[in-house]
Design a binder for this molecule. Structure first.
Ligand SMILES: NC(=O)C1=CN([C@@H]2O[C@H](COP(=O)(O)OP(=O)(O)OC[C@H]3O[C@@H](n4cnc5c(N)ncnc54)[C@H](OP(=O)(O)O)[C@@H]3O)[C@@H](O)[C@H]2O)C=CC1
Ligand SMILES: CC(=O)N[C@@H](CCC(=O)OP(=O)(O)O)C(=O)O
Length: 344
């Protein structure tokens, strides 16, 4: 089989950079074009020295890149960019994986509410497949347009999926208390992401409503078969990569939740259910396309506490996107995704 010709729009961001790193080691894909407005004409390894010796290409400006000649285009651009280019590319027969949120919410009114503008192609929302393989693997295989999940949603949905799918979560609000490293905010220069602002510091943000709330609820409601209340509180912590989600739900005593989780994820190559009593660490998934989960039941609380960790740039973004590409092109799901975590 010929290699999959891949284009990446937004190649100078953290998500795009991580896609390049993973795709350079992929056995069945080649990077045909890498688009950047700010670095057009510059060698990729001049912008990302860690790739020196592995890539000869230069970034191309948007007008120079022949994206329509690609088999697949990844958008690793800010929210609201892909939706302007996707209809034309689909019409040219190109398949799309969008790492941003443009196609994640099925309801165009919800997009407008949370992202502040009208959707440019609402007619495509119903066709887009939410790209969480553990939720919808078969639909991803035949998708033309995949909406890669957000980083927090990946960690939280994987934490709660077995409970909701089995109908084991009681009626009380689900709670997801999540912490992210600073790379979750992207590579753009923002004062709040300076080392001096982030280090020796720890804070919650957007408690009144983060845009990942409707995305997580959309998936949880579908799993539960009914609307579920969710409290979602994001925090930023002074590390570069990693998300740790601590999720709470009411569950009846007497259910062997360890077995429920182990059964739900048996055979999943990128979800690891830890042994009872263990605590996953973000460093144990750093650089790897992996979610590690542990299930705890603090005595006499009537609640389960599920701990879930991912690398936001890998299982939370580029790694999951490559996993989706593998499914879409009939490749082994683990192709190019077998590298081990980096710890410490
Ligand atoms: N960082 C993370 O952990 C995760 C990010 N995501 C999502 O993935 C997407 C990329 O994130 P991330 O890599 O962190 O973001 P960055 O801010 O690091 O990078 C954004 C990239 O998009 C390009 N870009 C910016 N504005 C435009 C525009 N108007 N048109 C075309 N290209 C543009 C920039 O390149 P240039 O200016 O050179 O063109 C840059 O390469 C975002 O939607 C983000 O929300 C999803 C999951 C996790
Ligand atoms: C720490 C931090 O700032 N994280 C970002 C994560 C958002 C993100 O990655 O956006 P999408 O996944 O929706 O594309 C934030 O909360 O805005």
């Amino acid at each position: 089989m010929d290699r999959i010709r891949v284009g990446i729009v937004g190649g100078t961001g953290y998500g795009g950079m991580e896609l390049v790193r993973l795709l350079l080691d992929h056995p069945a894909a080649e990077i045909a074009c890498l688009v950047s407005r700010s670095e057009a004409g510059r060698r990729v390894d001049a912008v990302f020295p860690h790739l020196r010796g592995r890539i000869e290409q230069t970034f191309q400006g948007p007008d120079d890149a022949d994206l329509a000649a690609c088999d697949l285009v990844f958008f690793a651009t800010p929210n609201g960019v892909a939706m302007h280019q996707v209809p034309g590319l689909l019409a040219s027969g190109v398949r799309i994986i969008d790492l941003a949120a443009d196609f994640r919410l099925r309801d165009p009114a919800a997009w407008t509410q949370w992202y502040g503008e009208a959707h440019a192609c609402p007619e495509l929302l119903a066709d887009a497949i939410y790209g969480l393989p553990e939720l919808d693997r078969d639909a991803i295989r035949s998708a033309r347009l995949v909406a890669n999940p957000g980083c927090y949603p990946t960690a939280v949905i994987l934490a709660l999926l077995p409970l909701l799918r089995a109908g084991l979560a009681g009626p009380g609000a689900l709670i997801a208390d999540a912490k992210s490293g600073a790379s979750g905010a992207g590579r753009g220069a923002v004062v709040g992401n300076l080392l001096t602002e982030l280090s020796e510091n720890f804070r919650a943000y957007r408690v009144a409503g983060h845009r990942h709330l409707p995305e997580i609820r959309q998936a949880l409601d579908r799993l539960a078969g009914q609307a579920r209340e969710l409290v979602f509180v994001p925090h930023v912590v002074p590390m570069i990569r990693g998300i740790h989600a601590t999720c709470y739900a009411e569950v009846d005593a007497g259910i062997d939740l360890q077995a429920v989780y182990e059964d739900a994820y048996a055979g999943e190559p990128f979800v690891d259910v830890l042994a009872p009593g263990e605590h996953p660490e973000t460093r144990s998934v750093r650089g790897a396309n992996l979610c590690r989960i542990a299930v705890h039941r603090p005595p006499q609380t009537g609640r389960v506490v599920v701990l879930s960790v991912i690398d936001n740039l890998v299982k939370g973004a580029a790694g999951q996107a490559v996993q989706n590409m593998n499914l879409m092109f009939g490749l082994p799901e683990t192709s190019g995704l077998t590298s081990l975590p980096i710890a410490p």
